[in-house]
Design a protein around this ligand. Sequence first.
Ligand code: GLN
Length: 192
Amino acid sequence: MARVGVLALQGDFAEHLQVLKDLEVEGVEVRLPQDLEKVDALIIPGGESTTICRLMDLYHVGEPLKARVHAGMPVWGTCAGMIVLAGALTEDRPKPLGLVNIVVTRNAFGRQTDSFEEDLHIPALGDEPFRAVFIRAPSIRRVGEGVEVMASLPNGTPVAARQGHILVTAFHPELTNDTRLHAYFLQWLNKG
Ligand code: GLN
């Protein structure tokens, strides 16, 4: 049976593990390079991207993670996790892994709209809207070659995208009861 890792250095990894449990999939907390060897896919949760990146450096997990993704391991970053995976940021910190061809701005929605929810149309999930929770969310500022936008806000800002086996969402699907995005990501495992 496939094992799905959740990067458990900081942030809401417990919520992702709970969704995996609800979907009857084995979730594994990943902190060290040797944990990565045990998993077939990885989710990077929301939290503080600067802290997550600092701890990834400290535990030497960034380079092995990149190597696994280059070798085809499916990876999904939610919110701070999207920042971690980005090709580049419009800010100086943190230094992202550069795995997906997008430019991201942190805390893109300003103080007035620190947190908000939006019913998104995500064609890959069917007709029923997906209630997306945004918390001090980043936005995708530029989408490069090879990246497919999967959902956008009504103003056109992309908030979910895919590049091959890499998925990024600016919002937090692990904080609602809608498991469709997790199920969508898990399908990539069955295809090998
Ligand atoms: N604002 C956070 C950051 O820059 C991300 C917020 C989140 O993951 N909910 O890392």
